[in-house]
Ligand binder design. Structure first.
Ligand SMILES: *[C@@H]1O[C@H](CO)[C@@H](O)[C@H](O)[C@H]1NC(C)=O
Length: 121
């Protein structure tokens, strides 16, 4: 969905709940990304996508590094420290590819904890 915000044409990367009715295209949150098209975070949560590890071949979760311009959230830090998440740059293309391939996407913050989302764009 293209939208004009403050005179800039931006692509809205909407997030919807998993299992929302088909055709329900109203997002409950959006993904922000920086001028290099690196995914930052949602408005109230950090975000992670599932990728296949090139080393082990198993699925693992990655979340953008702080250098992409996001909040140093407490839940994010906890998940990084426990090894449940790794930091890796996620481009908008990476995010769309993950959604198209059916890989999981999740958001998390210290209040809502972790919750699965779908990409609507
Ligand atoms: C993120 O926050 C933690 C805890 O406050 C702090 O130890 C760490 O240095 C922060 N990281 C950056 C890059 O600011």
């Amino acid at each position: 969905m293209m939208m004009s915000v403050l005179g800039l044409n931006i692509t809205i990367l909407g997030l919807g709940p998993v299992g929302a009715p088909m055709g329900d295209n109203v997002p409950f949150d959006v993904i922000m990304y920086n001028e290099d098209d690196e995914v930052m975070e949602a408005t109230i949560a950090n975000v992670a996508i599932e990728v296949r590890s090139p080393e082990s071949g198993t699925m693992e979760w990655i979340t953008p590094p702080l250098s992409s311009g996001l909040l140093n959230g407490t839940m994010r830090r906890k998940l990084l420290e426990s090894g449940e998440l790794k930091e890796q740059v996620i481009t908008v293309t990476d995010l769309k590819k993950a959604a198209a391939e059916g890989r999981r996407i999740k958001c998390f913050n210290s209040v809502r904890k972790e919750y699965p989302v779908t990409l609507k764009c």
